[in-house]
Design a protein around this ligand. Structure first.
Ligand code: PXP
Length: 251
């Protein structure tokens, strides 16, 4: 189990605001550089098929401008595979995508989609791109990810974040069990979706999770406190929760 917990900042919604007016402001690349200075360990961007936020040129500019590793979220399509192979980000996170959805709803059906996913994963890995699969915290999906030799699974925390307080503990336990299962299967374990200052602590405390990817809340919070301050506070909450796990393990 790792003491290290990285923060990947998802900058999609900086582009959402930019695109509302069609100009160049606010620039997601500028946000990525600010995230870098504020203590992020990585930048995440989702190039959606409908290009509703991040654009192809944003990806090209991010690859040029940032030192931090880029985690490029893509759907499992030939177009997105070609884009990833063109830009060669540090990692590609394969997510399910539906045009009509507001955000990524649910995890990828890895178990049911092995035939489609296997060649895509193979091409990405051959190009030296780490492959992550965004899945529900479900052992069947994790076993399928391990069978396909994915490097990473990112556990979908949406249900845990969105549920009412009475069922949140049960959702958290699912994530804990899944993180342990992923780790035992040799998969690097990340988590994300819907995390806020209020929900991040218990997920950050899971020793098997080594990276959290957080976007919407941080960009929203930046309106009130600034991006720098929002990222610093998130980082501090993650570190605090992780330090408690470390103290419990060494006690
Ligand atoms: N991880 C993945 C795979 C995602 O698709 C998203 C949303 O784009 C996130 C993390 C971040 O979710 P949120 O914007 O709710 O923090």
């Amino acid at each position: 189990m790792s003491r290290e917990l990285r923060l990947g900042v998802n900058i999609d919604h900086v582009a959402t605001i930019r695109n509302a007016r069609g100009g160049g402001h606010p620039d997601p690349v500028h946000a990525a550089k600010m995230a870098e200075k504020a203590g992020a360990d990585g930048v995440t961007a989702h190039l959606r098929e409908d290009r509703r936020h991040i654009s192809d040129s944003d990806i090209a500019r991010l690859m040029e401008a940032i030192e931090l590793p880029l985690n490029l979220e893509i759907a499992a399509t030939n177009e997105m595979l070609a884009t990833a192979l063109l830009h060669k980000p540090h990692a590609a996170c394969i997510v399910p995508e539906k045009r009509e959805e507001r955000t990524t709803e649910g995890g990828l059906d890895v178990a049911g989609g092995k035939a489609t996913l296997a060649p895509i994963i193979g091409r990405l890995k051959d190009a030296g791109i780490r492959v992550s699969l965004f899945v529900e915290p479900d052992a069947r999906q994790l076993d399928a990810a391990a069978e396909l030799a994915a490097d990473i699974v990112e556990l979908h925390t949406g249900r845990y974040c969105d549920t009412v307080a009475a069922t949140r503990d049960a959702e958290l336990r699912r994530i804990i069990r899944a993180a342990q299962h992923a780790h035992a299967a040799g998969l690097e374990c990340h988590a994300g979706h819907g995390l806020t200052f209020d929900t991040v602590g218990p997920v950050a405390a899971i020793g098997e999770v080594v990276e959290l990817n957080i976007g919407h809340f941080l960009i929203g919070e930046a309106i009130f406190s600034g991006l720098d301050s929002a990222i610093c506070r998130m980082r501090a909450l993650m570190d605090q929760a992780r330090a408690m796990t470390g103290a419990q393990q060494s006690a």
